[in-house]
Ligand binder design. Structure first.
Ligand SMILES: [Zn+2]
Length: 237
């Protein structure tokens, strides 16, 4: 079994027997990796508390057929504040869940990795958790090939603004292209989402625009990823 070095972020952990754990990591160079951490649940474990969700770690791993084995681990960032603040934690859970959904096992995706690291830094840095979630989901959808159209009609390309948004059609739609699935949106909502998609992790916007925007992001991501985001409902908005 070849030994290799990686850095990654812990997405989740699962008990394995009395003392071990299966750790799911999203790594910079090898995509999603599932690995066994032996003895991690013993009090005198050589891994200490380093392999917890959100932790950014440097690792040595043995490559296995299905599961790898963690042989050494050191911490690059604990992101402890995310675990200790309810809003940050709830937002972080959505971010990890969405990453787990889109990441392919053993398939390098450096842009997604950097996006994840950026989102955790933004959260830990005190940016508004709900906005960071929305920005992360919009950008993740884009990297996965489902970039929402927020400036021009998703169907014919006619420049906006347009008053309706269709999850199924891929974003804003003009009056000629809209189907029955398109919903009317407030005029600040789409500019708010465009800012999160293209620029910063958080931005001031009216509460109703933020709420409506978050609802659209959730519907959009669940539609295109073909799966509900369970953790989404726990994020305070
Ligand atoms: Zn159109």
């Amino acid at each position: 079994m070849p030994l290799y070095k990686e850095q990654g972020i812990v997405l989740r952990t699962m008990r394995l027997g009395e003392a071990d754990r299966i750790v799911t990591l999203f790594t910079q160079g090898s995509g999603k990796v599932r690995a066994v951490a032996k003895g991690v649940r013993k009090t005198r474990s050589k891994f200490g508390g380093r392999l917890e969700p959100f932790s950014h770690v440097d690792l040595m791993l043995y490559r296995g057929r299905e599961l790898d084995i963690v042989t050494a681990c050191s911490t690059l960032a604990t992101f402890r504040s995310i675990r200790e603040d309810y809003s940050e934690f709830a937002a972080g859970e959505v971010i990890l869940e969405a990453t787990d959904r889109v990441a392919e096992e053993r398939e390098r995706n450096v842009r997604q990795f950097m996006l994840l690291l950026g989102a955790l830094r933004a959260l830990a840095g005190g940016q508004d958790p709900a906005s960071v979630v929305d920005a992360y989901l919009l950008r993740t959808a884009s990297l996965a090939g489902f970039r929402p159209h927020l400036r021009a009609c998703a169907s014919c390309g006619r420049p906006g603004p347009h008053a309706r948004f269709s999850v199924a059609q891929g974003g804003l739609v003009c009056d000629s292209c809209r189907t029955a699935t398109a919903v009317r949106v407030g005029e600040s909502t789409v500019p708010y989402l465009a800012h999160l998609l293209e620029q910063e992790w958080a931005v001031r916007a009216p509460d109703d625009a933020r709420r409506e925007g978050s609802g659209l992001v959730r519907a959009y991501v669940e539609y295109h990823f073909d799966r509900p985001l369970r953790a989404w409902a726990h994020v305070p908005r």
